[in-house]
Design a protein around this ligand. Structure first.
Ligand code: HEC
Length: 110
């Protein structure tokens, strides 16, 4: 009997913990995707991770500059999906995630 109660309590706890977490992830998923897949190279502020810029010998890691922001969504989405130069293709992102992550990049540039 005690085990049953404990299982129910754990079940409720997991259920309660999971739902708001999933909703929160949905609302901020552009940011979540960015933090998971992009921060390592582009940095949390989008200006580029300095250490990574050295490793890659790359100047293209700042994606919040005027040059990048002047480009069309379609062009930037293409880079995100297909990659470019040393930027790896991000094929595992769903259509929605690509748009959300681009939205996050645009919001960093403001
Ligand atoms: C391994 C490092 C790396 C990772 C991870 C990475 N990028 Fe990049 N990204 C680059 C490099 C290098 C470039 C410049 C490519 C070039 O030569 O044009 C670039 C270019 C871009 C550009 C185009 C900039 C422009 O002006 O054309 C966008 C947008 C971009 N990245 C977004 C992202 C997003 C969003 C993610 C995560 C989903 C991501 N990148 C993950 C290295 C990376």
């Amino acid at each position: 009997m005690k085990t049953k109660v404990a299982l129910i309590v754990i079940g409720l706890w997991l259920g309660a913990g999971w739902t708001p977490g999933a909703l929160a992830a949905d609302a901020g998923s552009g940011k979540a995707v960015y933090e998971k897949s992009c921060v390592g190279c582009h940095g949390a502020d989008g200006k580029g991770n300095a250490a990574m810029a050295k490793v890659l010998g790359e100047k293209g890691l700042n994606i919040v500059g005027k040059n990048t922001q002047a480009k069309k969504d379609a062009d930037l989405l293409k880079v995100i999906v297909d990659g470019a130069g040393k930027m790896p293709a991000q094929k595992s992102l769903s259509k929605d995630e690509r748009k959300q992550v681009l939205g996050h990049v645009r919001s960093l540039a403001k």
